[in-house]
Design a binder for this molecule. Structure first.
Ligand SMILES: C[S@@+](CC[C@H](N)C(=O)[O-])C[C@H]1O[C@@H](n2cnc3c(N)ncnc32)[C@H](O)[C@@H]1O
Length: 209
C-alpha cells in the first residue's frame, strides 16, 4: 500500500496493523519525524519517505502497488491531477485508489452555523460553492491549543469527476461516512455529522489496462 500524505502515520499504522505492507509518503519532514518516532517505538514494518505526492511515478515502477490511499489529503493539493496521474501509474490494473476529502458541498468557501440559545449548531449556511481555487484554512477553533493556517484548493464535485476521467479512473464507490449514535454519545461535537455530510470517501479503479 502506498499511503500518500501519510502525516504522522496514523492511517498507515491502521493499514499495517491489518497486515498490509505500507510505504508512507509525506512532503513535510516534521510530520514524518513523528511517523518515524511511532515506528521506532512500535515497529509495524512501515517505510516512510519524504517526497511530494506529485512525484510518485518517478520513485516507483508502474504497477507497484495494489492500493494507494490518501486520507484527508487531496483537498489540500493544488495539482490533484498530477497526484491522480502518478497514482494511476503506480497502481496495478486491478488496484484501487482510496482517498478522503472534506465534503466539497459543506466545506464551501462560505460556511456559517446558525446556533440555538445554548450555542448548539442548528443549520449550516453555505455559499460560493462554485468558487474553485486556492484558499487558506484558519485552524483557530477554541478547542485547539495552538492556531495555524494551511493551504487548500476548492473543487466542485463536477471538477473532481473531470479529474478522474482525465486520469483514467472511474468511481467504484462513493461514501459519506456517518458517525454512529454511540460515537455521538462519546463526543457530542459529532452530532451534526448525523444530519449532513462533512467527509467524502472515493474509491477509484482504473478504467483501462
Ligand atoms: C490533513 S493531513 C492528513 C495526514 C494523514 N493522512 C492522516 O489522515 O492523519 C494532510 C497531509 O498531507 C501532506 N501533504 C500535503 N501536500 C502534500 C504533497 N504534495 N505531497 C505529499 N504530502 C503532502 C501534509 O504534509 C499533511 O501531512
Amino acid at each position: 500500500v502506498l499511503d500518500l500524505g501519510c502525516g504522522q502515520g496514523w492511517f498507515s499504522r491502521q493499514l499495517a496493523a491489518q497486515g498490509a505492507q505500507v510505504v508512507g509518503v509525506d512532503v513535510s519532514r516534521l510530520q514524518l519525524t513523528n511517523a518515524l518516532r511511532h515506528e521506532e517505538e512500535h515497529s509495524l514494518g512501515i517505510t516512510n519517505i519524504e517526497a511530494d505526492a506529485t512525484r510518485t511515478a518517478e520513485l516507483w515502477e508502474p504497477a507497484t502497488f495494489d492500493l494507494v490511499t490518501a486520507c484527508m489529503v487531496p483537498q489540500d493539493l493544488p495539482d490533484a491531477a498530477a497526484v491522480l496521474a502518478a497514482s494511476r501509474r503506480v497502481l496495478t490494473f486491478d488496484g484501487r485508489f482510496l482517498f478522503s476529502i472534506s465534503h466539497p458541498v459543506t466545506d464551501a468557501p462560505f460556511r456559517q452555523w446558525e446556533r440555538d440559545a445554548e450555542d448548539r449548531p442548528q443549520a449550516l449556511r453555505i455559499d460560493r460553492y462554485y468558487e474553485s481555487g486556492p484558499r487558506v484554512v484558519h485552524w483557530n477553533m477554541a478547542r485547539l491549543t495552538a492556531h495555524w493556517d494551511t493551504p487548500a484548493w476548492n473543487r466542485t464535485l463536477s471538477e473532481w469527476s473531470d479529474l478522474f476521467l482525465e486520469s483514467d479512473f472511474v468511481v467504484r464507490q462513493l461514501t459519506e461516512p456517518i458517525p454512529t449514535a454511540a460515537q455521538v454519545e462519546q463526543d457530542e461535537r459529532l452530532e451534526p455529522a448525523r444530519r449532513i455530510p462533512f467527509l467524502l470517501i472515493f474509491e477509484l479503479v482504473p478504467t483501462t489496462k
